[in-house]
Ligand binder design. Sequence first.
Ligand SMILES: O=C(O)CCC(=O)C(=O)O
Ligand SMILES: [Fe+2]
Length: 291
Amino acid sequence: MTLTADLLPGVPLVESPFFEQDVTSLPAECQAVARQLHTRGYAVVDFPDPDFLGKADAIRKRLTARFNWGDPAACPVSARVQDAWEFDADVRAIACNPTILDLLSALYGRAAFPFQTLNFPVGTQQPVHSDHIHFCSIPERFMCGVWVALEDVHADAGPLFYYPGSHVWPSYGNAHIGAKPGADAVMKFIRVQEEMPQRLGVERETFLARKGQALIWASNLLHGGSAQADRTRSRWSQVTHYFFEGCRYTTPLQNDVLGGKIKRRRVKDARKSGGLAALVGAGTRLFSRSA
Ligand SMILES: O=C(O)CCC(=O)C(=O)O
Ligand SMILES: [Fe+2]
């Protein structure tokens, strides 16, 4: 048994204070990825599917036809298809890739499951953020994103960016930034998450991905979408967000911890067939003053 599993079973191995002792117990092929994720908060891998290029082209074709997004310049930056795994077998196959699931499960020390997919036709230009404020496990940090390029990404297409090392900063919620749930919290988070790396002197990095390259990010890594300098360029990509079994799930942006209100997030498990069968857990109230 690893020290983490023994002493801190509610902490992901890859974010554990015992990481150096425990990393050598991982399968050899996982150790380099584990070290990247531990120290930098992200790791780059070639997507482990021999038919990835075929799947990527098929997804682009089907989603373009479905949403008429053939012209990137006509595409709003908010354009996305959420949870295409529910109707598109290739999106689901990428989300449920067994090598990725095994890798994540080894890195975190619990079984990973995909709970959401997002397919983007163009750069998102999303402000810098940590996914922790949207998707949080209890105990925290059992969540990660896997972003994969469905085409080569040009520097002017609004590539993904991130701040290496920011994943180790505290995972803040509304109480830390003095906000109530709602629009106020969103604006305050944007401000603090923009200011933190600047004031702490952390340099932004950009991921100019080749088609088929994937980036795994830790739940608290600050990341976002760069400005799309050339509106005629597409930037097809898929993000799959993963949780890990044996946790509760919540959305810190919507919680009022000081008021005693933490809402349970009901999540689907994309490994299972759609509908209610895929729902993990039940009920909506995780904790309340009267509970
Ligand atoms: O693809 C991007 O530009 C950012 C996506 C993202 O932040 C997310 O899906 O969590
Ligand atoms: Fe994100």
